[in-house]
Design a protein around this ligand. Structure first.
Ligand code: FES
Length: 70
């Protein structure tokens, strides 16, 4: 699912960026994916995906997007 129409970023791309780089802000997610925020409408959604991915990384060893297996 595309979550950022300006940069054509998918939710999976955001989860992968969280799993590999552990960004602290949505701005860092854009940077990890080689782009920058444009309109900013997706920032809240990206933050939500970050929170879910990073929470799962610390508490859910079965999550394919988490960092528990590293
Ligand atoms: S929808 Fe992501 S910056 Fe515009």
């Amino acid at each position: 699912m595309i979550v950022c129409s300006c940069n054509v970023l998918s939710a999976d791309q955001v989860r992968d960026a969280c799993a590999t780089t552990a960004p602290r802000t949505p701005g860092q997610v854009y940077g990890c994916l080689g782009c920058s925020p444009q309109c900013g409408r997706c920032a809240r959604t990206i933050r939500q995906i970050m929170d879910e991915a990073l929470a799962c990384a610390s508490s859910c060893p079965c999550c394919p997007h988490g960092r528990a297996s590293e």
